[in-house]
Design a protein around this ligand. Structure first.
Ligand SMILES: Cc1ncc(C[n+]2csc(CCOP(=O)(O)OP(=O)(O)O)c2C)c(N)n1
Ligand code: SF4
Length: 301
């Protein structure tokens, strides 16, 4: 598959309310091309709820249900049951939520839907913050990052959500990036053809939230992969397979770039470099990712 072979149909329409360079909108465009017209979306409170609909318009060309922040996966279970009742088994139900709605406030409903084996796809676009309400920290925010609720930089490391998801033993789970549309497309296509609960997280570098220029969304996503701050992989029936540069890093065929290469280009980490370098915090961050890869190697090589 090449980009030029992507389906021509557009389900994310022009003139929506997304910021320029929005990773969520870029990724959703790819996801819906992979899923096609017979898709019903469930969207909780998040940027996408605003992008989708400034009343009375709607910028997505498929049915969408907006639901309370904590209830995205529960709403999807209900939509699935209703579609099945109508004999519409060929329709895909897609939950599409931010990291706030996934790692934190929607986690209970998500865990319940996974345990009930709801036949749906849950996608978390992870911009590592609550961006729609003005950039608060979430369980996905990395250590050291400035947000309006961590003004001196977040003290804690992020939650390893994919491991929590994998503990539910799904038929399919994956990590992808908004900066890698082909990889994302292939993963969503694969997930579409599997029955049962499926989960995909998409890294979504957010220009206003991470404090970088809107033309750098793809660069920030790719740098996260190149530095090992984020890994691309799939878990199929509990078998984890890394792909792209993440596979090469896992197998130690290439060395990841220093983590600084990713964070020094983001204003949310500026206080770690100016007025003077915070060597302690920078070393802790690098060590955290080194340990993450050691753990991946122990478990998945
Ligand atoms: C129960 C509840 N608490 C708080 C809010 C306010 N709220 C709306 S969107 C949002 C942020 C969502 O963050 P995230 O899920 O990460 O998505 P993003 O905004 O980053 O797209 C918050 C806190 C709400 N709508 N409902
Ligand atoms: S704040 Fe970030 S995620 Fe939200 S619309 Fe803007 S670029 Fe997209």
């Amino acid at each position: 598959m090449a980009l030029k072979d992507f389906p021509r149909e557009e389900y994310v329409l022009q003139g929506n309310a997304a910021c320029a360079g929005c990773p969520a909108t870029m990724a959703l465009r790819t996801v819906l091309k992979a899923l096609g017209k017979k898709t019903v979306m469930v969207v909780p409170a998040c940027c996408t709820a605003v992008i989708q609909s400034l009343y009375p318009t709607c910028s997505f060309d498929i049915p969408v249900m907006n639901i309370a922040f904590e209830a995205c996966a529960a709403g999807a279970s209900g939509i699935r049951a209703a579609l099945d009742q109508q004999g519409k088994h060929d329709h895909t139900v897609l939950s599409w939520a931010g990291d706030g709605g996934t790692y934190d406030i929607g986690l209970q409903a998500l865990s319940g839907a996974l345990e009930r084996q709801t036949n749906f796809i849950y996608i978390c676009y992870n911009n590592q913050i609550y961006s729609n309400t003005g950039i608060q920290r979430s369980g996905a925010t990395p250590k050291g990052a400035w947000t309006t609720t961590t003004v001196g930089g977040k003290q804690e490391f992020r939650k390893d959500m994919s491991e929590i998801i994998r503990a539910h033993h799904l038929p399919y789970a994956a990590q992808a990036s908004a900066s890698r549309p082909l990889d994302l497309f292939e993963k969503v296509k694969k997930a579409k053809d599997i029955k049962g609960p499926r989960y995909i997280e998409i890294l979504a570098p957010c220009p206003p939230g991470w404090r970088f220029g809107m033309e750098k969304t793809v660069e920030m996503g790719d740098l996260a992969i190149d530095t090992g701050a984020y890994a691309l992989f799939e878990s199929i029936d509990d078998n984890v397979v890394f792909n792209g540069k993440s596979k090469l890093i896992l197998e130690e065929k290439i060395k990841p770039k220093p983590i600084e290469e990713w964070i020094k280009n983001q204003g949310r980490f500026k206080h770690l470099f100016y007025p003077k370098r915070d060597e302690k915090c920078l070393a802790e961050i690098q060590e955290h990712y080194d340990q993450m890869w050691d753990r991946y190697r122990k478990e998945y090589l």
